[in-house]
Design a binder for this molecule. Structure first.
Ligand SMILES: [Zn+2]
Ligand SMILES: [Zn+2]
Length: 174
């Protein structure tokens, strides 16, 4: 798997691949060693952000929006040229072809899990269909939280993970 996150130490957006399922990983940018938040993994399932310990993650297509827009943009441009040359059928054909290419590419892409709080992206090897899609309500809550925390002092990953637990799951007490 892969974790794309913004390192709090060197403030770079980096990609970590090693040690994510074992409990420790390093920032490839500055070499800072980071600990995977406690109870981030429940069996094979990820239930916390590996970068900040937040438990709310949303599922998103791992599709670079810029590429999607570039495809659609090129389609519109070519279609406009065809239209200007009085070839309406070709113009519509081009537009449909590019829309189809966009759709095909989109459906081929795997899902990633994105953290609502720090926007770290988790590329898991397993399927992630059981996770929810983006919720504006949750995102808004995190946005408000972030504004509020800017005026206070920011919490550390430790307090964040202590604050919430992972869904219904409880560690056996014995
Ligand atoms: Zn770093
Ligand atoms: Zn996070």
């Amino acid at each position: 798997m892969q974790l794309v996150f913004s390192c709090p130490k060197c403030e770079q957006t980096v990609r970590a691949t090693e040690g994510l399922t074992e409990g420790r990983y390093r920032c490839p940018g500055c070499g800072d060693e980071r600990t995977v938040p406690e109870s981030a993994w429940r069996k094979e399932q990820l239930c916390r952000c590996l970068a900040c310990g937040e438990k709310d993650l949303w599922r998103q297509k791992d599709f670079p929006q810029a590429i999607g827009l570039a495809i659609v943009g090129t389609g519109i441009l070519l279609s406009t040229i065809a239209w200007a040359q009085y070839r309406p059928l070709i113009a519509i054909g081009i537009l449909m072809l590019f829309a189809l290419a966009d759709l095909a590419l989109y459906s081929l892409m795997k899902d990633v899990l994105v953290c609502y709080r720090c926007h770290a992206r988790h590329r898991l090897d397993s399927s992630v269909t059981e996770y929810d899609r983006f919720s504006h309500e949750t995102a808004e809550r995190y946005r408000q939280d972030a504004i509020r925390q800017k005026t206070q002092h920011p919490p550390t990953a430790d307090t964040a993970s202590a604050r919430q637990d992972c869904g219904e799951y409880r560690e056996p007490s014995s």
